[in-house]
Design a protein around this ligand. Structure first.
Ligand code: ADP
Ligand code: F6P
Length: 325
């Protein structure tokens, strides 16, 4: 018979994302309901190495489902990138009786989780990142909140941009991925969306388009620019010089990572948290919980990390058809 685990750990790692607290709550509540003990590991892998480990029970996750950020704090940890760091991490799990570990984070955090799994700690990953840049899943915790936060901010910039008849470049997060820019660009009715996956760095085309649209009566020009393209301030200066139109750059920055999680982020994160525990109870390890084709599923970590994510063709078509007219 399979060895039934008794104690699990949970940590959040990499950039925080609204809904991570709901996932922590899902893990803790599903585990305690199944009679498991739960250890919360603070500050991701850094806290694992430094033994920042606390006991958690059902009450320790009260009043957090509606809160942004992560009550366990998060960190990036260089030491854990080394073999010695990973071995120490596995030893720490053993020392604290942690037989199963739930890692809430992005691709980098999953690579770390994979290493721990190879060292004998049962690990399950939950995708938590506002960037939506994890190939095996159509949903990542925090993306929905982030796009709604950014969308509202861009609406506000649009008001003042129209009043002043300006060109506005608004830079949104996403690291190397353009999903936040693409979604907001469509939702905000931007005149242009620049994403690293497709942008050809043809600024003259942008300039020509701005001039043409002005001639056709457009009173403003909103460009949503992804962080992966970047250089919004320099771009604004060049566009202003080339068009003669006042051009401003706004970098939305960390506000996109904070705030009250949306209903979707709370619900999906709760389900993913509980599912991670169910997988551990089934004796599974080296898995990532994902949402694919309308269902909650799980993938092998190595297979998931090898997958490539493409922008859905419909998004590209719509962004071209509806935007540049
Ligand atoms: P994210 O999880 O959001 O992608 P990072 O890429 O910064 O964020 O990764 C978070 C942490 O995961 C890193 O600081 C490091 O501790 C760990 N990590 C990342 N890549 C690896 C790797 N290849 N091997 C082991 N640990 C890793
Ligand atoms: O991965 C989430 C994210 O906010 C990215 O969009 C951004 O590139 C990065 O984290 C910023 O990281 P840091 O918090 O280390 O500045």
């Amino acid at each position: 018979m399979e060895h039934q685990i008794k104690t699990i750990g949970v940590l959040t790692s990499g950039g925080d994302a609204p809904g991570m607290n709901a996932a922590i709550r899902g893990v803790v509540r599903a585990a305690t309901a199944a009679g498991l003990k739960v250890k919360g590991i603070r500050r991701g892998y850094a806290g694992l190495l430094d033994e920042e480990i606390i006991d958690m029970d059902s009450r320790s996750v009260a009043e957090i489902i509606n809160r942004g950020g992560t009550i366990l704090y998060t960190a990036r940890c260089m030491e854990f990138m080394t073999e010695a760091g990973q071995k120490k991490g596995a030893e720490m799990c053993r020392k604290h009786g942690i037989e199963g570990l739930v890692v809430i984070g992005g691709d980098g955090s999953f690579r770390g989780a994979g290493k721990l799994a190879e060292l004998g700690v049962n690990t399950i990953g939950i995708p938590g990142t506002i960037d939506l840049d994890i190939a095996c899943t159509d949903y990542t915790i925090g993306f929905d909140t982030a796009i709604n936060t950014a969308m509202e901010a861009i609406d506000k910039i649009r008001d003042t941009s129209t009043s002043h008849e300006r060109v506005s470049i608004i830079e949104v997060m996403g690291r190397h991925a353009g999903y936040i820019a693409l979604w907001c660009g469509i939702a905000n009715g931007a005149e242009d969306i620049l994403i690293p996956e497709t942008y050809d760095y043809d600024e003259q085309r942008l300039v020509d388009q701005i001039i043409n649209q002005r001639k056709n009566g457009k009173r403003h020009h909103i460009i949503v620019n992804a962080e992966g393209v970047g250089h919004s301030v320099g771009m604004a200066a060049r566009i202003e010089a080339a068009t003669g139109l006042e051009t401003r750059a706004t970098i939305l920055g960390y506000m996109q990572r904070g705030g009250t999680p949306t209903c979707k982020d709370r619900v999906y994160a709760s389900i993913m948290g509980a599912k991670a525990v169910h997988l551990l109870l089934e004796g599974k390890t080296m898995r990532i919980v994902a949402y694919k084709g309308g269902e909650f599923v799980d993938y092998d970590i190595a297979e998931a990390l090898a997958m490539k994510k493409e922008i859905q063709p419909d998004f590209m078509t719509v962004s071209h058809e509806l935007i540049r007219v």
